[in-house]
Design a protein around this ligand. Structure first.
Ligand SMILES: [Zn+2]
Length: 309
Protein backbone atom coordinates (compact mmCIF):
# COMPACT_ATOMS: atom_id res chain seq x y z
CA UNK A 1 0.00 0.00 0.00
CA UNK A 2 1.41 3.38 -0.92
CA UNK A 3 2.27 5.86 1.79
CA UNK A 4 -0.22 8.29 0.32
CA UNK A 5 -3.06 5.75 0.42
CA UNK A 6 -2.07 4.73 3.95
CA UNK A 7 -2.19 8.37 4.97
CA UNK A 8 -5.62 8.88 3.44
CA UNK A 9 -6.93 5.75 5.16
CA UNK A 10 -5.49 6.90 8.47
CA UNK A 11 -7.19 10.26 8.10
CA UNK A 12 -10.48 8.54 7.27
CA UNK A 13 -10.19 6.28 10.32
CA UNK A 14 -9.38 9.28 12.51
CA UNK A 15 -12.36 11.18 11.13
CA UNK A 16 -14.70 8.26 11.77
CA UNK A 17 -13.37 7.83 15.30
CA UNK A 18 -13.17 11.45 16.29
CA UNK A 19 -16.62 12.74 15.48
CA UNK A 20 -20.09 11.40 15.84
CA UNK A 21 -21.47 12.50 12.55
CA UNK A 22 -24.73 11.85 10.85
CA UNK A 23 -25.17 12.04 7.13
CA UNK A 24 -28.19 13.99 6.13
CA UNK A 25 -29.66 14.41 2.72
CA UNK A 26 -31.38 17.33 1.21
CA UNK A 27 -33.23 17.10 -2.01
CA UNK A 28 -30.07 18.09 -3.83
CA UNK A 29 -27.08 17.71 -1.60
CA UNK A 30 -25.43 16.07 1.39
CA UNK A 31 -23.57 17.41 4.33
CA UNK A 32 -22.22 16.30 7.69
CA UNK A 33 -23.60 17.48 10.95
CA UNK A 34 -21.75 17.00 14.20
CA UNK A 35 -23.77 16.61 17.35
CA UNK A 36 -23.31 15.19 20.80
CA UNK A 37 -20.50 16.24 23.07
CA UNK A 38 -17.75 16.61 20.52
CA UNK A 39 -16.57 19.66 18.73
CA UNK A 40 -14.34 19.97 15.72
CA UNK A 41 -12.02 22.73 16.79
CA UNK A 42 -12.07 25.70 19.08
CA UNK A 43 -12.19 28.80 16.97
CA UNK A 44 -10.99 32.21 18.08
CA UNK A 45 -13.23 35.22 17.99
CA UNK A 46 -12.93 37.36 14.86
CA UNK A 47 -12.61 40.35 17.19
CA UNK A 48 -9.70 41.07 19.53
CA UNK A 49 -9.30 43.80 22.08
CA UNK A 50 -6.30 46.09 22.17
CA UNK A 51 -4.37 43.60 24.27
CA UNK A 52 -4.86 40.89 21.67
CA UNK A 53 -7.27 38.74 23.66
CA UNK A 54 -10.50 37.55 22.11
CA UNK A 55 -13.46 39.86 22.36
CA UNK A 56 -16.92 38.36 21.98
CA UNK A 57 -19.33 40.82 20.48
CA UNK A 58 -23.05 40.45 20.81
CA UNK A 59 -24.72 37.96 18.53
CA UNK A 60 -27.36 40.08 16.86
CA UNK A 61 -28.87 37.33 14.75
CA UNK A 62 -28.94 33.56 14.79
CA UNK A 63 -27.45 31.32 12.15
CA UNK A 64 -29.92 30.02 9.60
CA UNK A 65 -32.90 31.63 11.21
CA UNK A 66 -35.84 32.45 8.98
CA UNK A 67 -36.39 36.10 8.21
CA UNK A 68 -39.71 37.75 9.01
CA UNK A 69 -40.37 38.25 5.33
CA UNK A 70 -38.70 37.29 2.11
CA UNK A 71 -37.65 34.07 0.52
CA UNK A 72 -34.34 33.25 2.15
CA UNK A 73 -33.15 32.33 5.58
CA UNK A 74 -30.41 34.39 7.17
CA UNK A 75 -27.39 32.42 6.03
CA UNK A 76 -24.95 33.38 8.73
CA UNK A 77 -24.59 34.96 12.13
CA UNK A 78 -24.32 38.70 12.73
CA UNK A 79 -21.78 39.74 15.32
CA UNK A 80 -21.70 43.22 16.78
CA UNK A 81 -18.32 44.70 17.65
CA UNK A 82 -19.23 46.58 20.79
CA UNK A 83 -19.52 49.91 19.04
CA UNK A 84 -16.65 51.51 17.21
CA UNK A 85 -13.84 50.25 19.38
CA UNK A 86 -12.86 46.97 17.80
CA UNK A 87 -13.15 47.41 14.08
CA UNK A 88 -10.43 44.95 13.08
CA UNK A 89 -11.54 41.52 11.95
CA UNK A 90 -9.21 38.56 12.42
CA UNK A 91 -9.05 35.12 10.94
CA UNK A 92 -10.46 32.64 13.48
CA UNK A 93 -8.04 29.86 12.49
CA UNK A 94 -4.78 29.71 10.57
CA UNK A 95 -5.71 29.44 6.91
CA UNK A 96 -5.52 30.80 3.42
CA UNK A 97 -7.54 33.44 1.62
CA UNK A 98 -9.73 32.04 -1.13
CA UNK A 99 -11.78 35.15 -1.87
CA UNK A 100 -11.28 38.85 -1.18
CA UNK A 101 -14.19 40.64 -2.77
CA UNK A 102 -14.94 44.34 -2.82
CA UNK A 103 -18.29 45.44 -4.12
CA UNK A 104 -19.84 48.85 -3.83
CA UNK A 105 -22.79 47.41 -1.90
CA UNK A 106 -22.81 45.45 1.31
CA UNK A 107 -21.38 42.30 -0.17
CA UNK A 108 -17.74 43.08 0.46
CA UNK A 109 -16.13 40.10 2.09
CA UNK A 110 -13.16 37.82 2.65
CA UNK A 111 -13.38 34.03 2.64
CA UNK A 112 -10.71 31.91 4.28
CA UNK A 113 -10.12 28.18 4.00
CA UNK A 114 -8.58 26.11 6.80
CA UNK A 115 -6.53 22.96 6.91
CA UNK A 116 -7.96 21.75 10.22
CA UNK A 117 -11.21 20.41 8.84
CA UNK A 118 -13.18 23.58 9.49
CA UNK A 119 -15.44 24.71 6.68
CA UNK A 120 -14.70 27.83 4.69
CA UNK A 121 -15.53 30.88 6.74
CA UNK A 122 -16.87 34.01 5.10
CA UNK A 123 -16.38 37.39 6.77
CA UNK A 124 -18.87 39.78 5.24
CA UNK A 125 -19.43 43.55 5.40
CA UNK A 126 -15.73 44.14 5.90
CA UNK A 127 -13.18 45.94 3.79
CA UNK A 128 -10.31 43.54 3.07
CA UNK A 129 -6.95 44.66 4.42
CA UNK A 130 -4.74 46.56 2.00
CA UNK A 131 -2.85 44.09 -0.19
CA UNK A 132 -4.77 41.03 0.98
CA UNK A 133 -5.12 38.67 -1.97
CA UNK A 134 -6.27 35.20 -2.86
CA UNK A 135 -3.69 32.63 -1.86
CA UNK A 136 -2.27 34.63 1.04
CA UNK A 137 -1.70 32.67 4.21
CA UNK A 138 -3.36 34.23 7.24
CA UNK A 139 -2.71 33.30 10.83
CA UNK A 140 -5.28 33.53 13.57
CA UNK A 141 -3.61 36.77 14.65
CA UNK A 142 -3.87 38.25 11.15
CA UNK A 143 -6.14 41.20 10.55
CA UNK A 144 -7.97 40.38 7.35
CA UNK A 145 -10.13 43.47 7.17
CA UNK A 146 -12.05 46.16 8.97
CA UNK A 147 -15.76 46.54 9.57
CA UNK A 148 -17.44 48.79 7.08
CA UNK A 149 -20.00 51.42 7.82
CA UNK A 150 -23.07 49.61 6.73
CA UNK A 151 -26.69 50.48 6.20
CA UNK A 152 -27.80 47.92 8.77
CA UNK A 153 -25.22 49.04 11.30
CA UNK A 154 -21.62 47.93 11.61
CA UNK A 155 -21.49 44.21 12.08
CA UNK A 156 -19.68 41.16 10.87
CA UNK A 157 -21.81 38.71 8.95
CA UNK A 158 -20.03 35.52 9.82
CA UNK A 159 -20.87 32.34 7.93
CA UNK A 160 -19.39 28.90 7.54
CA UNK A 161 -19.69 27.46 4.09
CA UNK A 162 -18.73 24.38 2.19
CA UNK A 163 -17.08 24.52 -1.17
CA UNK A 164 -20.35 24.66 -3.07
CA UNK A 165 -21.28 27.80 -1.19
CA UNK A 166 -23.87 26.24 1.05
CA UNK A 167 -24.05 27.51 4.57
CA UNK A 168 -23.10 25.07 7.31
CA UNK A 169 -23.14 25.32 11.05
CA UNK A 170 -20.68 27.39 13.01
CA UNK A 171 -21.96 25.94 16.24
CA UNK A 172 -19.45 23.06 16.61
CA UNK A 173 -16.56 25.51 16.66
CA UNK A 174 -17.96 27.59 19.47
CA UNK A 175 -19.78 25.09 21.62
CA UNK A 176 -17.65 25.85 24.67
CA UNK A 177 -17.72 29.60 24.39
CA UNK A 178 -19.79 31.00 27.21
CA UNK A 179 -19.86 34.49 25.76
CA UNK A 180 -21.70 33.22 22.72
CA UNK A 181 -24.14 31.10 24.74
CA UNK A 182 -21.96 28.05 24.27
CA UNK A 183 -22.42 28.36 20.55
CA UNK A 184 -26.18 28.02 20.58
CA UNK A 185 -26.61 31.56 19.32
CA UNK A 186 -24.71 30.43 16.26
CA UNK A 187 -27.60 28.37 15.08
CA UNK A 188 -31.36 28.11 14.97
CA UNK A 189 -31.82 24.61 16.35
CA UNK A 190 -28.86 22.69 17.66
CA UNK A 191 -27.19 20.89 20.53
CA UNK A 192 -28.71 17.82 22.07
CA UNK A 193 -28.44 16.31 25.51
CA UNK A 194 -30.08 13.18 26.87
CA UNK A 195 -30.79 12.60 30.53
CA UNK A 196 -32.25 9.10 30.47
CA UNK A 197 -35.21 9.31 28.11
CA UNK A 198 -35.43 13.06 28.42
CA UNK A 199 -34.10 15.06 25.52
CA UNK A 200 -32.97 18.65 25.82
CA UNK A 201 -32.23 20.82 22.82
CA UNK A 202 -31.64 24.46 22.06
CA UNK A 203 -33.68 26.48 19.60
CA UNK A 204 -33.70 30.22 19.41
CA UNK A 205 -36.87 32.26 19.70
CA UNK A 206 -36.19 34.18 16.52
CA UNK A 207 -35.83 37.35 18.49
CA UNK A 208 -32.28 38.01 17.46
CA UNK A 209 -33.10 41.45 16.24
CA UNK A 210 -35.07 40.15 13.30
CA UNK A 211 -38.37 38.85 14.56
CA UNK A 212 -40.27 38.66 17.78
CA UNK A 213 -42.29 35.71 16.52
CA UNK A 214 -42.50 32.57 18.59
CA UNK A 215 -41.24 29.13 17.75
CA UNK A 216 -42.69 25.68 18.36
CA UNK A 217 -40.79 22.42 18.24
CA UNK A 218 -42.53 19.35 16.81
CA UNK A 219 -41.20 15.82 17.19
CA UNK A 220 -41.93 13.19 14.52
CA UNK A 221 -41.10 9.62 15.43
CA UNK A 222 -41.53 5.91 14.81
CA UNK A 223 -41.27 2.97 17.19
CA UNK A 224 -39.37 -0.17 16.16
CA UNK A 225 -39.45 0.86 12.48
CA UNK A 226 -43.23 1.19 12.49
CA UNK A 227 -45.13 3.99 10.76
CA UNK A 228 -44.07 7.57 11.33
CA UNK A 229 -46.17 9.43 13.87
CA UNK A 230 -46.45 12.91 15.23
CA UNK A 231 -46.14 15.67 15.75
CA UNK A 232 -45.65 15.78 19.50
CA UNK A 233 -44.78 19.14 20.94
CA UNK A 234 -41.68 19.81 22.99
CA UNK A 235 -42.02 21.98 26.08
CA UNK A 236 -40.31 25.31 26.37
CA UNK A 237 -38.36 25.50 29.59
CA UNK A 238 -36.52 28.19 31.43
CA UNK A 239 -33.18 28.25 29.64
CA UNK A 240 -30.55 26.24 31.51
CA UNK A 241 -27.25 27.46 30.10
CA UNK A 242 -27.96 26.51 26.52
CA UNK A 243 -31.04 24.29 26.49
CA UNK A 244 -34.52 25.71 26.30
CA UNK A 245 -36.72 22.86 25.01
CA UNK A 246 -37.36 19.39 26.36
CA UNK A 247 -39.44 16.24 25.93
CA UNK A 248 -39.41 12.75 27.44
CA UNK A 249 -39.24 10.27 24.57
CA UNK A 250 -40.76 7.43 26.57
CA UNK A 251 -43.71 9.46 27.78
CA UNK A 252 -44.12 11.09 24.37
CA UNK A 253 -44.18 7.85 22.39
CA UNK A 254 -45.56 5.40 24.94
CA UNK A 255 -42.85 3.00 23.77
CA UNK A 256 -41.65 0.37 26.27
CA UNK A 257 -38.11 0.06 27.58
CA UNK A 258 -35.85 -1.46 24.95
CA UNK A 259 -37.87 -0.09 22.04
CA UNK A 260 -36.01 1.72 19.31
CA UNK A 261 -37.36 5.17 18.62
CA UNK A 262 -36.28 7.10 15.53
CA UNK A 263 -37.13 10.75 15.59
CA UNK A 264 -36.50 14.14 14.10
CA UNK A 265 -37.51 17.62 15.16
CA UNK A 266 -39.00 20.51 13.23
CA UNK A 267 -38.59 23.99 14.68
CA UNK A 268 -41.35 26.12 13.28
CA UNK A 269 -41.38 29.86 13.39
CA UNK A 270 -44.73 31.58 13.76
CA UNK A 271 -44.12 33.94 10.88
CA UNK A 272 -45.41 34.36 7.36
CA UNK A 273 -42.08 34.13 5.52
CA UNK A 274 -41.55 31.50 2.86
CA UNK A 275 -38.87 29.79 4.91
CA UNK A 276 -39.77 29.22 8.50
CA UNK A 277 -38.61 25.68 9.13
CA UNK A 278 -35.53 24.33 10.82
CA UNK A 279 -34.99 20.59 11.00
CA UNK A 280 -32.83 18.60 13.37
CA UNK A 281 -30.62 16.63 13.06
CA UNK A 282 -30.33 17.70 9.48
CA UNK A 283 -30.06 21.19 8.27
CA UNK A 284 -30.72 22.97 5.02
CA UNK A 285 -29.50 26.38 4.09
CA UNK A 286 -33.08 27.01 2.99
CA UNK A 287 -35.35 24.41 4.57
CA UNK A 288 -37.27 23.31 1.49
CA UNK A 289 -39.99 21.11 2.90
CA UNK A 290 -42.33 20.97 5.83
CA UNK A 291 -42.54 17.57 7.55
CA UNK A 292 -45.93 17.04 5.90
CA UNK A 293 -44.41 17.79 2.50
CA UNK A 294 -41.57 15.37 3.16
CA UNK A 295 -44.04 12.63 3.93
CA UNK A 296 -46.25 13.49 0.96
CA UNK A 297 -43.15 13.15 -1.22
CA UNK A 298 -42.39 9.74 0.28
CA UNK A 299 -39.15 11.06 1.79
CA UNK A 300 -38.01 11.02 5.39
CA UNK A 301 -35.73 13.66 6.83
CA UNK A 302 -32.58 12.42 8.50
CA UNK A 303 -33.44 11.14 11.95
CA UNK A 304 -31.78 10.33 15.24
CA UNK A 305 -32.11 6.90 16.88
CA UNK A 306 -32.53 6.23 20.57
CA UNK A 307 -33.22 3.07 22.59
CA UNK A 308 -35.83 3.71 25.25
CA UNK A 309 -34.55 3.12 28.79
ZN1 LIG B 1 -26.07 38.93 8.38
Amino acid sequence: MSKRLTGILLILVLLVCSAQTVLAYGYNWWFNEVHGDLYLAQARSPFRNSGGTDFYGNVTSNNNQPRTTGTTVHNGTDLGNGGQIYRNVYSVFDGGVVQAIVHSGGNTYVTVSYSNGAPLVKYQHITPSQGLAVGHAVGSTSVIGTLRDYTWGNHLHFAAQNSSDRVLKLFPHYRHVHEWHYGTSMDYICKDLFDGNRLYIAARYLNGGVSSGSTSLEVYYRINYGPWQGPKHMSKIQPTEHYNWTIDLKVMSGAPSGAIVDFYIAAIADITASYKWGLWPQHYSQPPRTPAEFQADGKIPKYHTRTIQ
